[in-house]
Design a protein around this ligand. Structure first.
Ligand code: NAD
Ligand code: TYD
Length: 339
């Protein structure tokens, strides 16, 4: 099998490359990544010399480059992780989200149409369903929940999902879509809640909690997400959507306090800052379908996963310290300087 993994130098794509290369010793992995601020070759250090691994520095929205890559490689499977992925950045500058997340997906689908493919898998997000109210803990996102987006990020991901569905129905491209809840784990870029709070706590910097910190996210350890995608691309039904999440709901404040407790730091580091515009209140996945059809269940609880994640950030300081010492400083100042 030849698998193209787009966005493989990012957080989840990088974890997926490691997962597949370890599990399927005879698979060829072709990583495609344009190395934006979120892409990091260090994440691929341990696989870059593996004969089953190759890398193309390509923008998925660049039709000519993508078609050339398909022409050369003739992949069996494409798993599309490549995206602009940060809600706060999408509020600052939506344009690049449309280009990469929507147009880029369109280019990949066109290439699949032209060259043929066994499976195109779109890595989507539960954010396409909008949010749930805090006072209705009985409600969960199912695959039937209508798309109802809040941020330019989620709107771009929902648009991509619609395009994927259209290419299935109209052109019979064999697609699947997964919509996962918030991931955490190794190689998570420190602009996102969990790694940002770990890095700040370790540096005794303030921990910026948006609004009241009551917003709820449904946290999934990244390896559980990789395992779910592995099942979907090998055993999932073409044309179907699968929700992925494991009933690990926590308020942001609970997450932040857990991190502080694990690191032995004071809660005085918490600073409540101006809320995110249009901030979604609660995400919560109903994973019944993927459990019933593919036998998937998460294996890592939040309490175990957060310990493993903190340990990884302690053991791999060079990885994230390199990131936060560069251009990230300007980003941090812009987003948090006067918040
Ligand atoms: P990330 O921002 O860490 O990584 C994105 C990767 O895509 C980077 O390596 C970047 O260089 C690359 N990339 C960006 N634009 C590109 C382009 N135009 N062409 C080629 N490569 C490009 O993101 P992530 O958190 O790993 O998310 C991966 C996917 O999973 C995204 O599609 C995201 O929507 C989805 N997702 C993420 C989460 C989460 O909690 N992080 C949850 C559910 C779904
Ligand atoms: P984030 O990691 O950006 O993921 P998403 O918005 O896609 O769910 O944020 C997770 C939650 O944490 C979200 O409710 C926003 C909140 N948050 C903070 O309170 N402070 C921060 O500095 C960041 C980055 C996020």
């Amino acid at each position: 099998m030849k698998i193209v993994v787009t966005g493989g130098a990012g957080f989840i794509g990088g974890n997926f490359v490691h997962y597949i290369i370890n599990k399927y010793k005879d698979y060829k992995i072709i990583c495609v990544d344009s190395l934006t601020y979120a892409g990091n070759m260090e994440t691929l250090d341990s696989v870059k010399d593996n004969p089953n691994f190759s890398f193309y520095k390509i923008d998925i929205a660049d039709r000519e480059e993508v078609f050339n890559m398909f022409e050369n490689e003739k992949p069996d499977i494409v798993v599309n992780f490549a995206a602009e992925s940060h809600v706060d950045r999408s509020i600052e500058d939506p344009g690049i989200f449309l280009k990469t997340n929507v147009m880029g997906t369109g280019v990949l689908l066109d290439a699949c149409r032209k060259y043929g493919i066994k499976r195109y898998h779109q890595v989507s997000t539960d954010e396409v369903y909008g949010d749930l109210p805090l006072d209705r803990p009985d409600l969960f996102f199912t695959e039937e929940t209508p798309l109802h987006t809040s941020s330019p990020y989620s709107a771009s991901k929902a648009s991509a999902d619609l395009l994927v569905g259209a290419y299935y129905r109209t052109f019979k491209v064999p697609v699947t879509i997964s919509r996962c809840s918030n991931n955490y784990g190794p190689y998570h870029f420190p602009e996102k809640l969990i790694p940002l709070m770990i890095a700040n706590a370790l540096n005794d910097k303030e921990l910026p909690v948006y609004g009241t910190g009551e917003n709820v996210r449904d946290w999934l350890y990244v390896e559980d997400h990789c395992r779910a995608i592995d099942l979907i691309i090998h055993k999932g039904t073409v044309g179907e959507v699968y929700n992925i999440g494991g009933h690990n709901e926590r308020t942001n404040l609970e997450v932040v306090k857990t991190i502080l407790r694990e690191l032995g730091k004071s809660e005085d580091l918490i600073k409540y800052v101006t809320d995110r515009a249009g901030h979604d209140m609660r995400y919560a996945i109903d994973p019944t379908k993927i459990n019933n059809e593919l036998g998937w269940l998460p294996t890592t609880t939040f309490d175990e996963g957060i310990k493993k994640t903190i340990k990884w950030y302690l053991d791999n300081r060079h990885w994230w310290e390199n990131i936060i010492s560069g251009e990230y400083q300007n980003y941090y100042e812009k987003m948090y300087g006067s918040r």
